[in-house]
Write a protein that binds this ligand. Structure first.
Ligand code: CU
Length: 137
């Protein structure tokens, strides 16, 4: 009886907790050169490139026009992500999320709506945050 209940709880934990822990940052979610968690699209012209260098987004802010794309390139030897929102935001990653990008990995996202989009790296939420993509109409 007890072991069966324990097993049920273990299964429940695996179903509920693991996705929460992994979120959009799971390596299996996105290849190094992928579209992230399904909300990426990369059919726009790349109008700005952001390099991930020494645990920083370079440059930390770029400006493009609606319908254009931003491309991120990981120049470091550690994993990085480009994840919309700020660390801990309930809706972070809802606009775009690269998932983990290995060394040399790239991620491209086309912005079809104007606005100022803040983003961060899930692996380095302290050093790599408050970067922006400004999308003009
Ligand atoms: Cu990072």
């Amino acid at each position: 009886m007890i072991s069966r209940a324990t097993r049920s709880i273990a299964v429940l934990m695996a179903l509920v907790v693991v996705p929460l822990l992994c979120g959009s940052g799971c390596p299996s979610d996105a290849p190094a050169d992928g579209n992230g968690n399904g909300n990426g699209n990369n059919n726009g012209t790349v109008a700005a490139t952001v390099r991930m260098q020494n645990n920083a987004f370079v440059p930390s802010s770029v400006t493009i026009k609606t319908g254009q794309a931003v491309r991120w390139i990981n120049d470091d030897v550690v994993l990085h992500t480009a994840t919309s929102g700020s660390p801990g935001d309930p809706d972070m990653g809802s606009v775009f999320d690269s998932g983990n990008m290995g060394p040399g990995g790239t991620f491209t996202h086309t912005f079809n709506q104007a606005g100022i989009f803040t983003y961060h790296c899930e692996q380095h939420p302290v050093e790599m945050r408050d970067a922006t993509v400004t999308v003009n109409p």
